[in-house]
Design a protein around this ligand. Structure first.
Ligand SMILES: [Ca+2]
Length: 293
């Protein structure tokens, strides 16, 4: 125990004359609202006084850029307000404090208040590729993403998507949450959906509704206009009149497309066939094509 010198002489003098030892049970206690949390979350310390304090010096256990210990004070005027701190780095921290009392005594030995575990918060950036009607979440350390739409009243609806990108087909506000070890961070973005060919397979144009598979270069293959401009795989299925699937291709190209042959390469009979063209999760087009031999 030391006498606190710089404070009012009268008090110091009285204290000096009748110096008392602060009993162990009279030490303040510093309680913490949680001991496990994520980086950049706020942790609150509350002082419980058993002996009126002048001030308490709290060391949070972390260090600043220059390697100096980070600390803060609770004074007699602020002791009823929780002391807040944010740990920026994941890690284990020991919080300690020293106490100076109103009666001029002090306890400069450090008292341990809490051990705190800080888990790593994932980083997150969200960008909008408007041309492709696609939101892109990027994180260097996230384990998982979840996506939500937010309506005008602020209600969120979780979307069936756990990938790092979201193809949107409606204007509005969207939110992505990145998570890691129970730590979550979210970003929102307001987007404007513009119908464009790159994003909208319902705008696909099939060039020919007739196939003449004789290798003369005219109508030998079912051709889709500007297929190379779409940034997603084109899925095509062709059915016979009776509804039997005769051809399918999950990454259709015009150069290696439907040429009137079935999946095994056998020539299909002349006649009318029904096709469905789309991409994953997108509306597409349907139509008929006649094979003429
Ligand atoms: Ca032909």
């Amino acid at each position: 125990m030391k006498i606190l010198k710089p404070f009012i002489t009268a008090i110091a003098l009285t204290t000096f004359l009748g110096q008392q030892t602060i009993a162990q049970t009279n030490k303040p206690e510093l309680t913490v609202d949680k001991t496990v949390m994520c980086s950049s979350e706020t942790v609150s310390f509350t002082l419980i006084e058993h002996h009126p304090i002048l001030y308490v010096k709290v060391f949070f256990g972390d260090k600043d850029k220059n390697g100096n210990e980070i600390f803060s004070y609770i004074t007699e005027n602020t002791s009823s307000t929780p002391l807040e701190h944010i740990y920026l780095q994941a890690g284990e921290y020991t919080v300690t404090f020293q106490s100076w009392y109103k009666d001029g005594t002090s306890d400069e030995s450090t008292t341990e208040a809490a051990k705190i575990t800080i888990k790593e918060m994932p980083d997150l950036t969200l960008s909008d590729d408007q041309k492709a009607s696609k939101l892109i979440a990027e994180s260097s350390n996230a384990d998982a993403f979840s996506w939500y739409s937010i309506d005008r009243k602020g209600n969120t609806t979780q979307l069936q998507n756990t990938s790092s990108t979201l193809n949107y087909m409606e204007s509005g506000e969207y939110m992505v949450t990145a998570s890691k070890n129970g730590c979550e961070i979210s970003q929102t973005k307001v987007v404007t959906y513009q119908k464009n060919m790159l994003a909208d397979f319902s705008q696909i144009i099939v060039v020919n509704n007739v196939l003449t598979p004789n290798n003369d270069g005219i109508n030998d293959v079912l051709e889709i206009e500007d297929l190379g401009e779409y940034d997603e795989p084109c899925i095509i299925k062709v059915f016979s009149k009776t509804g039997k699937l005769v051809y399918e291709n999950n990454n259709y190209t015009n150069t290696d497309g439907f040429q009137g042959k079935d999946k095994d390469g056998n020539d299909l009979y002349a006649g009318t066939y029904y096709y469905v063209i789309k991409s994953i999760g997108r509306k597409g087009v349907t139509g008929f094509v006649d094979i003429i031999r």
